[in-house]
Design a protein around this ligand. Structure first.
Ligand code: ADP
Ligand code: ZN
Length: 753
């Protein structure tokens, strides 16, 4: 459909400015410009890339001209633009930057096409991106229909023709594997019209290495069937409906997703599946690949820019029915969306911590509303706020109260470690591991701290080794023979001398997974022990390798950080030990109890998924904390009741909306003064606008310094979101800090450190 000419347009630029700009379009470009394409425009003395939002009602005479149109096809639809606008408005972020965040990075980098000679002598056109990825174009050959009648072709030409007749369309690369020097005969075949050739872009399949066995749909049990029927009805109706699918680990949530998605595809609609970190859930992807023959795109952090862009374009062209990915997959350009699944909806990793601080779990609901889709939030441990919404009827509640196949939940004991005097293992846990080994079961040991020792102290003068750039202690990593900061790239060689007294007697205190591995090996010398944390899983497929060995029974004891807590379903695991539950409980954040309950429940969920029942031993100095007691007795509702009372008392979500302002900079005094000025501005705004909000601070952040920047924060709490928003907007307009300071406003922070 030819669209009307655009003489003047509205453009969003990816710069920290909370407004859009108008440009006039030169006559020659008027026919090819449309909303959703990028344009090069003059901006001050620079040229910047902007996004065309639509036509503008402005007199062209006073406007500057668009220099160039950068895309032939729009990058986003009007519906996606409405979504971007919502995000910009909600998170108080410039629209241009939101659009930039939503589009794949590969697109923002100038592409350069060139023709190269392939390994086999063929001509290949490659598009190169600065990020290193590239799209390959390959040639495909096919015997023409009348080829069979052809005569007079001999030798290798005839052999190739025969091969193509038998095999159908074949890529150049494959032909080269079969025949030596096929170029000249192929050329002759093409010239004579006996073979046709087509050049096509080739997508790399990110999960191509994985085998996928067909996984037929299972007959749902009664609870699953009810949940499925409710979701399916919503998909059929084509109305926005939010669901909480609350099911203990192993209750068959994923099977419900699969059925609901199959139903969605039958209705000609598409599906989006968000998962906290896809590298940790290869089994999930396998199950989808094994179930659906339709196109699936998998977006994950291991993809190069080029690969990501490949996937994005496959989705945009409608070649994909299901998209699976982490946080940023929320922006996948799927149209006709029927369902969005947010797996493990409680995970904090759905929140983007830099740039536009969006929360993909929250935005899934927003997108679902715009697209009239069903949104399924699945978890064994719902966020307190989600469960509250379900209790008040704002989200439909679906419950899977039992594990499938009548499996029981693991038997759990809590052990108070106050009397252990620093030893890693209580006699109870040691006995449990021994017994489990004896009967051939596998054990998972969980500790949410990596490295060997987490606290280094000079025994001569008491000096504590700290990072010079961050307000944290260094962690000793024995395998790497260095002390590392876990917040920046600082490290010191080990052994090192004390910088204060030159003493060499450095005490290694605290315990990370590396040390636990050591201690386990000492206690159980015959056991096959492995460790899974970000130190042992670097490189592509790092996690998958370890999990494969676990699956094959080549590991007796696996030690790990929260990586081992996620979604794995290994029937051989019959014992789970939480080495110390204190690490997460002691974090100074109002969600620390909730996080601990979630994490401990998740790890516990790994036990007893096979036919043998499971056992769990939880160690901690706060053995009587309600988060541990309730987790141990599989009592989500009991935990909820205690936690919601605390939230109401203290005025935290869901009883208040939060926003956090963080002022940072390299000069400590300037940061402190800036934070005081900012807090004063907030208080003045509150008074002037007559807003009911609590303003806490300014105070140094719990992480008072990171990468050389000092950090102060101000927390805002309000019962009314609109009022909070007005206050934040007022602040944004009036705040004019010195250039050396950086100010970030985080709406709905999930991390208050
Ligand atoms: P969750 O996602 O809640 O942890 P899953 O969907 O992964 O649960 O199911 C756990 C295990 O039970 C999987 O191995 C799955 O194949 C199996 N399962 C799920 N639903 C059924 C069912 N209705 N009948 C038999 N087995 C099932
Ligand atoms: Zn540091």
């Amino acid at each position: 459909m030819p669209h009307s000419r655009y003489r003047t347009i509205e453009v969003a630029v990816p710069l920290p400015l909370d407004r859009t700009f108008h440009y006039s379009v030169p006559e020659a470009l008027q026919r090819s410009i449309q909303p959703g394409v990028r344009v090069l425009v003059p901006f001050g003395r620079r040229k910047v890339t902007g996004y065309v939002l639509g036509s503008a009602n402005a007199p062209a005479g006073e406007l500057k001209d668009v220099i160039e149109i950068l895309d032939a096809e729009p990058l986003f639809t009007t519906r996606e633009l409405a979504f971007y606008r919502w995000i910009a408005n909600y998170y108080l972020y410039p629209l241009g930057e939101v659009i930039k965040t939503a589009l794949p990075t590969g697109i923002n980098i100038e592409s350069r096409r060139r023709t190269v000679t392939g390994d086999d002598g063929s001509t290949v056109i490659e598009e190169h991106f600065a990020g290193g990825g590239s799209i390959r174009r390959e040639r495909f050959y096919r015997a023409a229909a009348e080829a069979a009648d052809a005569a007079g072709i001999r030798g290798s030409g005839a052999a190739i023709l025969l091969f193509l007749l038998e095999n159908g369309e074949t890529s150049r690369a494959k032909i080269s594997q079969q025949f030596s020097n096929p170029s000249a005969p192929l050329k002759r075949l093409v010239e004579r019209g006996l073979v046709t050739v087509e050049e096509r872009e080739v997508y790399r399949d990110p999960f191509r290495e994985d085998d996928c066995t067909v996984t037929p749909a299972l007959d749902l049990n009664e609870h699953q069937a009810t949940a499925f029927a409710t979701i399916a009805a919503a998909v059929t109706a084509g109305e926005f409906s939010p669901f909480l699918l609350h099911g203990v680990t192993g209750s068959g949530k994923t099977e419900v997703y699969l059925h609901a998605i199959a139903h969605t595809l039958q209705h000609g609609k598409r599906a989006l599946v968000l998962t906290p970190e896809i590298a940790l859930t290869p089994q999930l992807v396998k199950r989808f690949r094994g179930r659906f023959s339709e196109g699936i795109a998998v977006l994950h952090s291991g993809l190069s820019l080029g690969e990501r862009y490949d996937e994005w374009r496959r989705i945009r062209r409608g070649e994909v029915a299901i998209v699976i990915g982490a946080r940023s997959a929320l922006f996948a350009p799927l149209d006709n969306l029927g369902i969005i699944v947010v797996d493990e909806e409680h995970e904090a990793s759905y929140k983007q911590s830099e740039g536009v601080t969006y929360n993909a779990r929250d935005l899934a609901l927003v997108r679902g509303k715009l697209e009239k889709a069903a949104v399924v939030l699945g978890t064994a441990t719902p966020l307190i706020t989600t469960f509250h919404a379900a209790q008040h009827g704002r989200i439909h509640y679906l419950h899977l109260p039992q594990r499938v196949r009548g499996l029981s939940l693991p038997e759990t004991r809590i052990v108070d470690t106050r009397k252990l005097r620093g030893a890693a293992f209580s006699p109870e846990l040691v006995a449990a591991i021994g017994e489990n080994l004896a009967k051939g079961g596998q054990t998972l040991l969980f500790l949410n701290r990596r490295g060997f020792a987490t606290f280094l102290l000079c025994r001569d003068c008491g000096h504590v080794f700290r990072c010079p750039n961050c307000s944290v202690t260094l962690t000793h990593h024995r395998a790497k023979q260095r002390h590392f900061c876990h917040y920046c790239d600082f490290s010191l060689p080990a052994p090192s001398v004390c910088p204060e007294c030159s003493g060499t007697d450095i005490g290694l205190f605290g315990r990370g997974t590396e040390r636990v591995e050591d201690e386990v090996k000492e206690l159980f010398p015959d056991a096959r022990v492995a460790r899974m944390d970000s130190d042992t899983t670097t490189g592509r497929g790092g996690h998958a390798r370890i999990l494969k060995r676990l699956e094959e029974g080549a590991i007796d004891i696996l030690i790990g950080t929260q990586m081992i807590a996620k979604g794995h379903d290994y029937p051989g695991v019959t014992l789970v030990g939480v080495v110390s539950a204190d690490a997460t409980l002691n974090i100074p954040d109002f969600r620390s109890a909730e996080r601990t309950f979630q994490l401990v429940s998740q790890v516990m969920g790994r036990a007893g998924r096979g036919d043998a029942p499971g056992t769990v031993v939880i160690q901690g100095v706060s053995a009587d904390h309600y988060a541990l007691l309730r987790a141990a007795s599989h009592d989500y509702e009991g935990f909820y009741a205690e936690e919601i009372a605390f939230r109401e008392d203290a005025g935290y979500p869901p009883f208040a909306h939060l926003a956090m302002a963080v002022i940072s900079g390299t000069a400590e005094k300037a940061v402190e003064k800036g934070a005081q000025d900012a807090a004063r501005l907030f208080r003045a705004g509150r008074q002037a606008l007559n807003i009911r909000a609590e303003i806490l601070g300014p105070a140094p952040a719990p992480l008072a310094k990171v990468r050389g920047r000092f950090r102060w924060q101000i927390m805002l709490k309000a019962r009314n979101r609109t009022e909070l928003k007005r206050l934040l907007l007022h602040f944004q307009r009036e705040w004019n800090p010195p250039r050396v300071l950086r100010t970030t406003l985080d709406v709905d922070p999930v991390d208050t450190l």
